[in-house]
Design a protein around this ligand. Structure first.
Ligand code: PGA
Ligand code: ZN
Length: 411
């Protein structure tokens, strides 16, 4: 049972303040939960409670008073009851009163404390006996959009190591491609071009989408992994949509021209994955693109914001084969689990994802394994807040011998 809940401010990977919640039980068990933070957020996400100066002291205060008072004596294993109490306490549809950051940090701390109290790994506590395999990583090795200082409009250039017998072989191969990419960039443009963006990918000062895709594709080919590693992008296109056109590669393209733009890219590069190709309200064009690119996993992030209401709409319209799952977009773990269950029932692929502002907490690695997600998206194989998740997956593989099903499922 919960004895005390305490919040305090910590720093995230961009040096911004974020909230950490610590829970202690009467039995002396304790664990923490951190709230990550997005930069290219969907407009329908749970609201972050922030002070005017960017801090989260108001959120911390709520944890130390209202939340501590309301959740004291709850059984930590009662995740649903605790999350429902948080939802009721907030009382708004988008958690704007208490803050989605406040609720998700609390909710994660609850799950981690419960796992500890029961002597289980977090992924075991979440997943129980259904845990069979480790997710396929989507590694964002070249950063653009709001995550970098360059002019690239596409936010993420992703590699996907599918065809490997184990998670570690997949990850190490992806890491080779990442190093190869740095080598190619150094040779072509000089070392200054290998600076990193927010998610640990290189962020060369390029402006054309195809220049970035060429670099990544060349890195895959030069590493000798052309038949094993494929590519993906997260366009995060709401960020370059001006209300009627997409401003990209020095041009202004209409929504219909954007459809052809992606089809053209998919004919030149092995694009298995395309996230947020259109702005967050354009369910129709998502659907057209998914119909035209049957083999590609068109995925909604800002489109769905881990919210069942919008996923339902996407399913009705056949907008996407995949969905991003970010617990802080909705604000509690129970709602996240419900979302995942609903998505799975409708054969939508699950991509558990970090945010561009992260902490060293590896919770989402356990979450991905626990819910048996198809993919995990947690950045480049570099920078501690990204590697903490990869290293946790390596640890789970090493300690529990869990298989990597990339090859069997996808090729
Ligand atoms: P964000 O971006 O965490 O900055 O919102 C991640 C994404 O768009 O997938
Ligand atoms: Zn995204």
């Amino acid at each position: 049972r919960i004895k005390k809940i305490k919040g305090y401010q910590i720093l995230d990977s961009r040096g911004n303040k974020t909230i950490r919640v610590k829970i202690e039980t009467y039995g002396g068990i304790s664990a923490t939960g951190d709230a990550p933070a997005g930069a290219s957020k969907g407009s329908r996400e749970a609201i972050e409670l922030r002070d005017k100066d960017g801090g989260v002291t108001r959120a911390v205060e709520l944890v130390n008073t209202l939340i501590n008072d309301s959740l004291r004596d709850f059984d930590v294993r009662n995740q649903l009851g605790i999350d429902q109490t948080l939802i009721r306490m907030d009382g708004t549809p988008n958690k704007s009163r208490v803050g989605g950051n406040t609720t998700i940090a609390t909710s994660i701390a609850v799950a981690k404390t419960a796992a500890k109290a029961m002597g289980l790994e977090i992924f075991q506590y979440i997943g129980g006996p259904r845990v069979r395999y480790l997710p396929i990583p989507l590694l964002n090795i070249l950063n653009g959009g709001l995550h970098a200082g360059n002019e690239l409009k596409i936010q993420e250039f992703i590699i996907i190591p599918l065809s490997f017998d184990s998670f570690h072989e997949a990850l190490y191969a992806a890491d080779e491609v990442y190093k190869q990419l740095k080598g190619i960039i150094t040779e072509k443009y000089g070392k200054l071009y290998t600076m990193l963006g927010d998610e640990g990918g290189v962020a060369p000062p390029l402006s054309k989408t195809e220049d970035a895709l060429d670099l990544v594709y060349t890195a895959i080919k030069n590493s000798g992994y052309e038949d094993k590693i494929v590519m993906g992008i997260d366009a995060a296109s709401s960020d370059f949509f001006n209300g009627s056109q997409y401003e990209i590669d020095g041009k202004k393209l209409s929504p219909d021209e954007m459809i052809d733009y992606y089809i053209q890219l998919a004919s030149r590069y092995p694009l298995l994955y395309i996230e947020d190709p259109f702005n967050e309200n354009d369910f129709e064009r998502f659907s057209i693109l998914q119909q035209k690119l049957k083999k590609t996993i068109v995925t909604g992030d800002d489109l769905f914001t881990t919210n069942i209401e919008y996923l339902k709409k996407g399913i009705e319209k056949s907008s996407a084969k995949g969905t991003i799952v970010k617990p802080n977009q909705i604000g509690t773990l129970s709602e996240t689990f419900e979302y995942i269950e609903f998505a799975k029932k409708n054969s939508i692929k699950i991509i558990v994802s970090h945010r561009s502002g992260e902490t060293e907490d590896s919770f989402i690695a356990d979450l991905a394994v626990g819910v048996q997600s198809d993919f995990i998206k947690t950045g480049a194989p570099a920078r501690g807040e990204r590697t903490s998740k990869y290293n946790r997956l390596l640890e789970i593989e090493n300690d529990y011998g869990i298989e990597y099903y990339g090859k069997k499922i996808y090729l």
